[in-house]
Write a protein that binds this ligand. Structure first.
Ligand SMILES: [Zn+2]
Length: 321
């Protein structure tokens, strides 16, 4: 049979309150949720494409009724449910080891209580990893981390965030990964820890060579400028991935299928003004284009199927953080 190259798709189930929290809007404390509109739409479009993917769920949602229901529906549809932290704080890299462990375990407990298998994948909310995080994931038996985004857009996003944010807590520190991420690999690789773990790092794919983002929200912003430009850009990205042997790992968010009416208070968010139906159609095109060239699976399935776990470990841990 035709051995097509493998690609992965994952969804970070960031909820309305998490965006408001990162933005410094005190309204987040009521935990407003758009999961009841977003999850059925996402499941429908993934189902139409015949895709089973990975959904990174936030523990603070999963302990609530709508989040637990979302996780149950996602698992019932055959998707992997992975861990996206408990409190979705992009400054996770400043947590103590104990607090970090609590973030992981509370979310694991919530996911299993909602009826999904214990997660074997983690993605942090701020695109940064620390030594403590990698060691804890290895100790807790995770197969992979997917928290890195090898791009130069991180520092730009941070500068934008720091200009627009309302609270000093959210403004301090290194959100969205540091400048060092620019040089991080785009391929999956293995972390080396003291215990010699097999923990795999699966970066969110950026455009090979250019290192510009190709995740759903970025493509959507391009699409708002020019659908033709967006199609050309994504096709070029896929061609470059094929030419350089990069297995694309495409990241989606609920906001990729939601319109402004579904997310009150998020007017600051780029691209949210576009109508939900228009976004769903565009996402359908993106997923079809990906499927033309690749066999598309979730991130956990990707890690299981690829030989990356047997490749030589790479040390990419900054000392102490
Ligand atoms: Zn997130």
């Amino acid at each position: 049979m035709n051995p097509r190259p493998l690609a992965s798709v994952s969804v970070d189930l960031d909820n309305l309150w998490a965006y408001l929290k990162t933005h410094g809007d005190p309204g987040w404390r009521d935990h407003p949720s758009f999961l009841p509109s977003a999850v059925p739409r996402l499941l429908e479009i993934l189902g139409e494409q015949g895709l089973t993917t990975t959904v990174f769920a936030v523990g603070a949602d999963v302990v609530r009724e709508d989040g637990a229901k979302a996780v149950a529906e996602i698992a019932a549809a055959g998707h992997e449910v992975a861990n996206h932290s408990f409190g979705h704080e992009p400054w996770l890299h400043r947590y103590s080891r104990d607090r970090l462990e609590t973030e992981l375990s509370r979310t694991e407990d919530a996911i299993t209580a909602a009826g999904a298998p214990r997660p074997s994948g983690f993605r942090g909310p701020g695109y940064s990893v620390t030594r403590d995080l990698i060691e804890l994931l290895a100790e807790r038996g995770y197969a992979y981390d997917a928290s890195t985004l090898p791009t130069w857009i991180g520092p730009l996003a941070r500068a934008y965030h720091n200009r627009t944010v309302k609270t000093p807590e959210a403004g301090a520190g290194e959100l969205f990964g540091g400048v060092s991420r620019v040089l991080a690999p785009v391929h999956a690789y293995r972390w080396r820890t003291a215990e010699g773990s097999a923990l795999v790092e699966l970066p969110v794919t950026t455009m090979p060579l250019l290192r510009t983002p190709i995740h759903g929200s970025y493509l959507l912003q391009l699409h708002e400028v020019s659908p033709r430009l967006a199609r050309g850009y994504f096709r070029a990205a896929l061609r470059l991935c094929l030419a350089r042997g990069v297995a694309p790992s495409l990241l989606l968010h609920p906001t990729d299928v939601l319109g402004a009416a579904d997310a009150p208070g998020m007017e600051f968010f780029p691209g949210l003004a576009a109508a939900g139906a228009r976004k769903v159609a565009w996402l359908g095109w993106v997923l079809s284009a990906l499927r033309e060239h690749f066999d598309v699976v979730g991130t956990g399935e990707f890690v299981r199927r690829t030989a990356v776990r047997r490749t030589r470990p790479v040390t990419r841990l900054d000392s102490g953080r």
